[in-house]
Ligand binder design. Structure first.
Ligand SMILES: Cc1cc2nc3c(=O)[nH]c(=O)nc-3n(C[C@H](O)[C@H](O)[C@H](O)COP(=O)(O)O)c2cc1C
Length: 194
């Protein structure tokens, strides 16, 4: 069964946004083509950022990358270890902490989040799916990637081709076929009635 996860929206939105969702069931035999991987990272590159500082950095870890096993086993929390290693690749989103003048870049998380959004949209546009993973062991990933103190691991993003929900068991299967829910527009707009 392929879960129907298209957003039921209260106003029209771009198909690529409505169709995006975060699966945990990924095709285990699919690897991203080089063109797909490059397009996804290129999209992130063109994100806006405060003063165009571009504090984002990425580690692209294909399932066949020699460090994929170590990242999966030590860098993902328990539940995520059960599904995320099946994805074609894990993209680790990293933020550069300090500005070139040495002061802390307090806007780095917002900027890196914008870049991560671009990854989601571009992947979806290519017929791929993504799933953010906040349940990671930040220190282990930083160690494997040999990051210095000026670089902060934020999140990992699983990327690949979606597979039938039946590939998953138990709670993961239930979550895979559950409807997508959101707060209403009224609940998130604090001022102004469009
Ligand atoms: C920053 C962030 C961290 C997340 N961490 C996890 C995670 O560790 N494990 C997981 O299975 N899903 C994780 N998710 C996925 C969310 O649960 C999912 O995006 C949310 O339920 C909305 O579903 P949708 O993306 O299908 O619309 C994370 C999402 C974000 C944005």
């Amino acid at each position: 069964m392929q879960a129907n996860k298209i957003a039921i929206t209260s106003a029209p939105i771009a198909p690529v946004l409505a169709e995006r969702w975060s699966p945990r069931s990924f095709k285990k035999d699919y690897l991203l083509t080089q063109d797909e991987a490059l397009s996804i990272l290129e999209a992130a590159r063109w994100a806006p950022s405060a003063n165009n500082i571009q504090p984002w950095r990425f580690a692209y870890i294909s399932r066949v990358d020699p460090i994929h096993k170590e990242i999966s086993e030590k860098g993902l929390s328990g539940f995520n270890q059960a599904w995320a290693p099946d994805a074609s690749a894990l993209i680790v989103v990293i933020a550069q902490i300090n500005l070139p003048d040495g002061r802390e870049n307090t806007g780095r998380h917002y900027d890196a989040g914008l870049a991560a959004s671009m990854i989601l949209v571009q992947a979806q546009e290519l017929g791929l799916h993504t799933h953010h993973i906040g349940g990671i062991v930040h220190g282990e990933i930083a160690k494997t990637l040999k990051l210095d103190d000026n670089h902060e691991v934020l999140v990992a993003i699983a990327v690949g081709k979606v597979a039938p929900a039946e590939q998953l068991q138990g709670p993961a299967f239930e979550r895979e076929i559950a409807p997508r829910v959101r707060l209403t527009l009224d609940e998130i707009i604090v001022h102004g009635k469009p």
